[in-house]
Write a protein that binds this ligand. Structure first.
Ligand code: CP3
Length: 362
């Protein structure tokens, strides 16, 4: 099986846990499939809830010691191959001049949403350095793990962040976003340009601090038709992907409900494509093309199923990957509150212990 083949100059035994994840992002052979989880630090975990009793979400993000602690605790408790820095997608809005807060039960609220060309013009692009607290947290996580784990930095994709800025929060129909997109293409392009500029600088800070890989979250891109994705979102995403790769790290490009968009999204040139659970992993991989690695794609709610069901689904994903280099095991979207931690740990064991030969026989 070629996933067990040694890379030139190394044997599978010498693959450190951290390099296992980065190697898989680059479709290099690894000794076993790396695994981590979207939202692996969060409210489902007792240790996180304890920290949250004393601090708001934004306080945790802005205090590097706390953000690093939450990141490290989650990764160690689960025994995963990568740690995603604890931060939030919306942090760059503040230095751009758009204050926001998380309101209990409502999610994020942007106080003065961007609705006009004037609003877009007023957005600042020169203060990304104010996000240095995320870089400091990454430095601490990197110092803690050294080469034992891959460290993931992240940012939002231009479309998804623009939708938060324009809607002022989560949205069902993306009405205001699409109104600007269709109706004022000059303002829309200026907004995406500004986001690409700020996000590139933000990623530069994260990579300089020690992030091995950057994940770009285009969480709400599934709200677009293929034609709208191509006409209004693709170009800015592609520019961001290329700019981050130029910093010297692989890029994971992630969205949900993307089955119809995957081929176009892969044309950004991202190294790894995130797959949600609505299509089998091998179909998603075919859609993005085997020149890309893939990450996914267990339904996060399967973590509430009996262990036999969970194991069946994990094995199906591993079989669909077929030992091809370039699979990173993950969920199709984030872990939700109430998820039993022991089931997340069980998935890590299942992925570690999986042998393609046994699965083929069984
Ligand atoms: O381990 C990790 O992945 C944690 C780091 C992380 C957070 N947010 C912390 C957080 C990451 C990677 C994010 C990304 C993020 N933030 C996304 C993209 C990811 C995705 O799910 O597609 C989005 C859309 C956001 C914006 C956001 N942040 C929303 C809509 C909410 C409210 C959701 C809710 O369920 O209340 C948040 C809050 C948030 N960010 C939490 C966490 C752990 C919830 C917990 C809390 O309030 O303490």
């Amino acid at each position: 099986m070629d996933s067990k083949a040694a890379a030139p100059g190394s044997s599978p035994d010498t693959i450190l846990d951290g390099s296992r994840f980065v190697r898989a992002c680059l479709r290099k052979p690894v000794d076993r499939t790396p695994v981590w989880f979207l939202r692996q630090a969060g409210r489902y975990m007792q240790e996180y809830r304890e920290v949250r009793k004393h601090h708001t979400l934004v306080e945790i993000c802005k205090q590097p010691e706390l953000a690093a602690e939450v990141t490290i605790t989650a990764a160690e408790k689960l025994g995963v191959d990568a740690a995603i820095i604890f931060a939030d997608l919306l942090l760059p809005l503040e230095p751009m001049g758009l204050p926001f807060e998380f309101q209990a039960g409502e999610g994020p609220v942007v106080h003065h949403p961007v609705r006009t060309a004037e609003d877009v013009k007023a957005l600042r692009t020169d203060r990304a350095a104010e996000l240095g607290y995320v870089a400091r947290a990454i430095e601490m996580v990197a110092a803690h793990f050294r080469d034992r784990l891959g460290i993931i930095g992240f940012c939002g994709a231009p479309y998804t962040l623009a939708s938060y800025m324009i809607e002022g929060g989560g949205s069902r129909n993306y009405l205001h976003t699409k109104q600007m997109m269709y109706g004022d293409t000059t303002a829309w392009s200026m907004l995406l340009d500004k986001l690409v500029a700020v996000l590139t600088e933000y990623c530069r800070l994260q990579v300089q601090a020690g992030a091995d890989v950057i994940q770009i979250f285009d969480s709400w891109v599934g709200s677009l038709s293929l034609a709208d994705y191509k006409d209004y979102a693709f170009e800015a995403s592609k520019r961001l992907v290329r700019a981050v790769q130029a910093l010297g790290v692989p890029v994971i490009y992630f969205g949900v409900e993307t089955a119809g968009l995957l081929g176009a999204m892969a044309e950004t040139g991202a190294d790894v494509m995130g797959l949600d659970w609505r299509q089998p992993l091998d179909e998603g991989w075919r859609a993005v093309g085997h020149a890309h690695a893939v990450q996914g794609n267990l339904d996060p709610i399967t973590l509430f199923a009996p262990l036999e069901v969970l194991e069946l689904r994990v094995k199906q994903i591993m079989r669909a990957a077929g030992g091809r280099p370039g699979h990173i095991f993950n969920l199709g979207h984030g872990i939700v509150p109430g998820t039993p931690v022991e089931n997340v740990q069980a998935v890590v064991r299942m992925v570690r212990e999986f042998r393609l030969e046994d699965a083929a026989r069984g």
